[in-house]
Write a protein that binds this ligand. Structure first.
Ligand SMILES: NC(=O)c1ccc[n+]([C@@H]2O[C@H](COP(=O)([O-])OP(=O)(O)OC[C@H]3O[C@@H](n4cnc5c(N)ncnc54)[C@H](O)[C@@H]3O)[C@@H](O)[C@H]2O)c1
Length: 432
């Protein structure tokens, strides 16, 4: 069978995958965001996951010619452009609402779109992170209803969780082993073969779709809980006036001590996925103790850091009200422009509440995006920074921050707080 791929949702996950498929198969990238499609068609990826020259190598503005060539990536907002595809790979967002409940709307909408073009013999593979059961219990009914076709008679589904790590230039999509699954043993084999053809690290074929779904959501939940443990340690050792990083370094000399570091847990994966698992657990009558405790601890870290900074300022007789504060870093992790669900915002709000005058500096961010998402103005040009800051907080470990002369930015009497254990200990006053 000739494979024609459609990737639905061209974000951090969908685009790198679509580019890999495009090297071997005619691939259409479908997204509802017109400006995003235009930007990709012009050969630029603002998420910086795909280099412009790699994108330009596969991008095809002409759909018919791309199909004739047998490879290439055509990006579009037109549903008609994916109607001749036979493998639909869905990579749309799975966020939570303000009450931390899963929002499946993008998945349902994407399933409706695919349902409209679904044909006999097609495959639909979901990659978005979900709780076990979403593919079969939430998405398949939409596909069946909209298409009028029947699962496992007319079409097949699969689930293959994405494990990409934004900003990581070493472990790129083809180098990360991929879990695959399908709605029948035969369709699972077909789906596994498809991924094997592009993922050089290989695949792991899970026995069922629910196993594959559960495997992804526990990966991030496990990280969340492990980080929550070291965050709790940071709070304890802070009270005991022991340096947490030094304790972890010493404990880490044992072969089976896990090397987690304290810090803020933001982003759209580790800080979100455990709520998907928790929701499903509660629906099934089990209240998850550890998962939700981990979430609470990690969500409390921004406030904890802000109050530690203010305590240190008071100890050093630095007036807090209207003191100039500099937050270094705003993204949810280092060396990437992703500001989704960044917890640096918690430190910002708490310091503002304490009456400080806060400047946020992050050379990676898009200022307009931050303003529209969070309503705050961020400086992304170093030359626009002032001096004489009463407190400087290293919030994100961007490589560029190693070049900054902190001494030059701080007031004579000041507090330098390092959340990431990133700066030389000689220039800081405290760290998590
Ligand atoms: N970013 C990561 O590091 C990462 C890693 C592993 C898994 N995931 C999971 O992958 C999924 C996608 O995440 P992401 O970071 O790529 O999201 P993203 O927000 O970067 O991209 C999603 C894209 O989907 C598009 N979209 C939304 N609804 C659509 C629809 N109905 N039809 C077509 N396009 C639609 C959006 O316009 C956007 O371009 C999520 O479930 C996430 O949890 C993300």
């Amino acid at each position: 069978m000739e494979k024609k791929i459609a990737v639905i949702g061209l974000g951090y996950v969908g685009l790198p995958l679509a580019v890999e498929f495009a090297k071997q198969y005619p691939t259409v990238g479908f997204d509802i965001n017109g400006p995003r499609v235009d930007e990709l068609t012009n050969g630029h990826d603002r998420t910086l996951e795909v280099e412009d020259e790699d994108l330009k190598e596969v991008i095809a503005s002409d759909l018919i010619r791309m199909e004739k060539n047998g490879r290439g990536l055509h990006c579009t907002t037109a549903l008609g452009d994916i109607e001749s595809s036979n493998f639909y790979v869905v990579t749309v967002p799975t966020p939570t609402d303000k009450n931390k409940r899963p929002v499946l709307t993008p998945l349902v909408k994407a399933s409706e779109s695919v349902g409209k073009v679904l044909k006999k013999g097609d495959y639909v593979i979901y990659e978005s992170t979900v709780y076990p059961g979403v593919t079969e219990d939430e998405c398949v009914p939409v596909l069946e209803q909209v298409s009028g076709l029947k699962l496992n008679e007319d079409f097949f589904v699969g689930y293959s969780p994405e494990r990409i790590n934004p900003g990581d230039k070493e472990r790129t999509v083809t180098k990360i082993l991929k879990v695959t699954s399908g709605s029948t043993p035969e369709s699972a084999q077909v789906i596994d073969e498809l991924y094997k053809s592009v993922i050089t690290a290989g695949t792991h074929l899970a026995p069922t779709i629910k196993v594959a779904e559960a495997s992804k959501v526990i990966e991030n939940s496990q990280r969340d809980i492990n980080i929550a443990f070291v965050n709790e340690l940071a709070k304890i050792f802070n009270k005991l006036e022991i340096d947490t990083n030094a304790v972890l370094e010493a404990a880490g000399t044992k072969w089976n001590f896990l090397p987690f570091k304290p810090g803020l847990v933001g982003g759209h994966c580790i800080g979100v996925d455990p709520y998907y698992l928790a929701q499903k657990a509660q629906e099934s009558g089990y209240y998850p103790e550890i998962i939700l405790a981990g979430r609470r601890i990690n969500d409390s870290m921004g406030s904890f850091v802000a109050s530690e900074i203010v305590k240190k300022m008071v100890q050093k007789d630095i007036p807090v009200k209207e003191a100039k504060a500099l937050l270094l870093g705003f993204t949810f992790k280092e060396n990437c422009p992703d500001v989704r669900n960044t917890r640096v915002i918690d430190i910002y709000h708490d310091l503002i509440e304490f009456g400080l005058d806060v400047t946020v500096f992050d050379p990676w961010v898009d200022k307009e995006e931050v303003f529209s998402e969070y309503g705050i103005s961020v400086v992304n040009d170093f030359s626009h920074l002032g001096q004489e800051y009463s407190t400087i907080v290293l919030a994100v470990g961007h490589n560029q921050f190693l070049e900054i002369d902190i001494d030059n930015l701080k007031a004579k009497n000041s507090v330098v707080f390092d959340i990431k254990g990133f700066l030389p200990q000689t220039i800081i006053d405290a760290r998590l």
